[in-house]
Write a protein that binds this ligand. Structure first.
Ligand SMILES: CC(=O)N[C@H](C=O)[C@@H](O)[C@H](O)[C@H](O)COP(=O)(O)O
Length: 230
């Protein structure tokens, strides 16, 4: 399958992000892979998976495109989603079909620019890149740098955006108006109706994580509201 065809299989579909906090009992390759398979069995067109180990386990069980990433904590840097090319290599070798990278305009470790990482991923790994962004400026820069897809993933998680919670319909609309490449709506989608709304606005596909696979965060949230009333 060509990369264009692969991207096309995601169109208008639901991509389920199967991730868990590192201190959760769900943070196990077999459990992540079971969640991914359950998602695919029920119609998910793709899955989004963190770490090479989890990607390898999921690859054994599902055929749909895997969007792979590797979250890293690097002292002095806030960029954490597949921050450097060598992380992208590990993600690709583990079996991911598409690589997600942080494409915000924040300082990056290793002296690589977003454009350099994207071009290395294209030339050396032959994989499409999803640029996870927070603002329209970052989205435009990522598209200009050769990203295949941009996603609203980091809206609400960076100093420029963290006084609001995702999703931002405004950012999604702006990205759809100003970019020519597919735009994925990701982050804070918590109901099928919200996912449908994103598609109605023109999103290429929708990624849902916490609302489907996030037992830890969901239960914490229920508890907080049930115990404290807010
Ligand atoms: C900001 C960040 O690190 N987002 C991560 C990206 O891979 C995941 O933790 C999210 O679960 C994913 O983006 C889906 O979003 P939501 O869980 O809100 O449906």
């Amino acid at each position: 399958m060509t990369n264009d065809h692969l991207i096309h299989t995601l169109k208008n579909g639901l991509i389920v992000s199967c991730q868990a906090p590192v201190d959760s009992p769900l943070y196990e390759p077999t459990i992540i892979a079971a969640m991914a398979q359950a998602a695919v069995n029920n119609g998910a067109v793709g899955v989004r998976i963190d770490t090479p180990t989890h990607i390898r386990a999921v690859r054994e069980r599902v055929q749909v495109p895997i969007i792979g990433l590797w979250k890293q904590v690097i002292p002095k840097y806030d960029v954490y989603i597949t921050p450097q090319f060598h992380h992208a290599v590990a993600v690709a070798v583990a079996g991911a079909d598409i690589i997600a990278i942080d494409a915000t305009t924040r300082h990056r470790p290793g002296g690589e620019t977003v454009a350099e990482i994207i071009s290395h991923i294209h030339q050396e790994l032959d994989k499409p890149v999803i640029a996870d962004v927070d603002t329209i400026e970052a989205a435009k820069a990522a598209a200009g740098a050769g990203a295949d897809i941009v996603a609203t993933t980091l809206y609400g998680y960076t100093p420029k955006t963290n006084n609001d919670s995702p999703p931002s319909w405004e950012l999604l609309t702006q990205m759809l108006e100003e970019l020519k490449i597919p735009v994925i709506c990701e982050g804070g989608i918590s109901s099928p109706q919200m996912a449908r709304h994103a598609l109605n606005l023109g999103a290429y596909a929708v990624v849902v994580g916490t609302a489907i696979t996030g037992i830890d965060l969901q239960v914490k949230n229920y508890q907080r509201i049930m115990q404290n009333g807010e």
